[in-house]
Design a protein around this ligand. Structure first.
Ligand SMILES: Cc1cc2nc3c(=O)[nH]c(=O)nc-3n(C[C@H](O)[C@H](O)[C@H](O)COP(=O)(O)OP(=O)(O)OC[C@H]3O[C@@H](n4cnc5c(N)ncnc54)[C@H](O)[C@@H]3O)c2cc1C
Length: 460
């Protein structure tokens, strides 16, 4: 029976990063994976959706060629070629991660594993069950799409995100169930290609868990792209038809489409792992961990979507580093407080820290400043002036409480504010930091200057 210093269960962005870190720390490490190395993020999540969104944006720009001074024939979409490119992007990255694991001498064990004892995993491999012993175990089993019972799953035209990211072709039309981050990203990618898209969201606004300005910007963007949005509506039934599916909304409205994409939440993979038998405690559906990613059982750690309700790849990876350090005798803490969030709609939206409403609820005296992309030289050069940087800070000392960035490159722009927050810089220090020109990131400096009452280019 192989014995390891560290065994990682799951090879997603949490698990493979943990395995690489543990190996770098000199630990004899294995990574057990039931599916594809790279997990959800690389294979059916972050990466394929961004490959789709980027391709769709290019198509959208070609359609707008005249605005940039070109004449171009009306472009046509080649669905299989579009999806083939997505597959080649993920395959290339997967190969890269497999190479990294090999290079660091991490043993990759293919199969589904579960805890058999505090220091033992039992893995069902193609060659039969295999026991793996380890001084420390890191659980990184991630999450899977929720599959509401009202959908005719067997008809082949109802997709989860797993199918939508790996389908051989694009849908002719689609109803997206769920107007959260993932649903809105898919809706953007499809609508920009001219695919008739409807989003149904039971809450009263899209991406309801983010700042209201951001949510409004996403709604506006989808509207501009011709997406039909039904908020405050629940789907009560769905059936397969000769040409696709028919979804029934409460109130009786029927939406027909060639396909449905269900993006209505993700469930942590915490069942069937032998947690109860070994004494690993859950908190709701996720594994309970502390700031060192330790579970209730000594020597067992948990990270990523299996142990966090905020399901982000970068958070899973960070937890992977922290768990691997602690598991190899290098104490590491991660309070997980400053976590930037990206929504890759067009325009992009990114947030960090508290929303304006949440900041107001802290009881602190809060001041908000904005810098509009309309006044950004770079946004003008791009011909895409939709957006703003909104800075939310405490009035007295200028403690940055949060930010919302909407517009081109928002998911990159927000990182400067995240860095400032993580290092407890004030608005004044942010404003005094020289930002390169022309860039989208200088909007951060402009918003900080506006917050201080010294707006240069018209922040407010
Ligand atoms: C469509 C979509 C788009 C997304 N876009 C973004 C984005 O832009 N940015 C972002 O930050 N996040 C995004 N996410 C979320 C992100 O993918 C997840 O937060 C991230 O993948 C979680 O990483 P993880 O390592 O915890 O788990 P996962 O990536 O889920 O990996 C877990 C791995 O464990 C394996 N596994 C599970 N159980 C076992 C077992 N018993 N034995 C062996 N192996 C097992 C699984 O096969 C899987 O490979 C997106 C998700 C989706 C679905």
């Amino acid at each position: 029976m192989p014995t390891y210093d560290v065994a990682v269960l799951g090879g997603g962005p949490g698990g493979y990063v943990a395995a690489l870190r543990a190996a770098k720390r000199g630990a004899k490490t294995c990574c057990i994976e039931a599916g594809l190395i790279g997990g959800v993020c690389l294979n059916v999540g972050c990466i394929p959706t961004k490959a789709m969104l980027h391709a769709s944006e290019i198509f959208h720009h070609i359609v707008r060629a005249a605005e940039y001074g070109f004449t171009a024939p009306k472009p046509a979409v080649d669905g299989p070629a579009y999806m083939k490119r997505v597959a080649s992007v993920t395959a290339g990255l997967r190969k890269g991660v497999e190479g990294l694991l090999k290079g660091r001498k991490v043993d990759v064990i293919r199969g589904r594993g579960r805890l058999a004892a505090r220091d033992t995993l039992l893995v069902e491999t193609d060659a039969g069950p295999q026991e793996v012993k380890a001084k420390a175990i890191i659980l990184a089993t991630g999450a899977r799409p929720a599959k509401p019972p009202f959908c005719p799953w067997d008809c082949g035209r109802v997709w989860t995100t797993d199918q939508a990211t790996t389908a051989p072709d694009l849908p002719q039309s689609i109803v997206v169930v769920g107007g959260g981050v993932i649903g809105c990203e898919f809706a953007t990618a499809y609508a920009e290609l001219g695919i008739k898209t409807t989003v149904v969201e039971m809450l009263d606004r899209l991406v309801a868990n983010i700042d209201n300005d951001a949510s409004k910007a996403i709604a506006k963007s989808l509207d501009k792209r011709g997406v039909t949005v039904r908020t405050g509506k629940r789907i009560v039934g769905m059936k397969a038809t000769d040409s696709g599916i028919a979804a029934e909304l409460e109130g009786g409205e029927i939406i027909q489409a060639s396909h449905a994409l269900v993006a209505a939440g993700r469930l942590p993979n915490t069942e069937g792992l032998g947690l109860e038998a070994v004494g690993v405690k859950l908190e709701g559906r996720i594994i309970k961990v502390d700031a060192r990613c330790r579970t209730s059982v000594e020597g067992i750690y948990a990270i990523g979507d299996a142990a966090e309700t905020r399901q982000y790849a970068h958070l899973a990876s960070r937890m992977g580093v922290v768990a691997a350090d602690n598991a190899t005798g290098h104490p590491a803490l991660d309070p997980r407080t400053v976590v930037p969030v990206g929504v890759y709609t067009h325009p992009e939206v990114a947030t960090v820290g508290l929303s304006e409403a949440e900041a107001a609820g802290t009881g602190k005296k809060v001041r908000v400043a904005r810098f509009s992309y309309l006044a950004s030289g770079m946004a003008r050069a791009y011909g895409d002036t939709e957006g703003q940087v909104k800075l939310i800070a405490e009035e007295e000392i200028g403690e940055i409480l949060g930010a919302v960035v909407i517009g081109q490159h928002a998911t990159d722009v927000v990182q400067g504010i995240a860095l400032a927050m993580a290092n407890e810089l004030t608005v004044e220090e942010l404003a005094a930091t020289i930002h390169p020109h022309p860039t989208f990131v200088e909007g951060v400096m402009e918003a900080a200057e506006a917050w201080l009452g010294f707006a240069v280019h018209g922040g407010s």
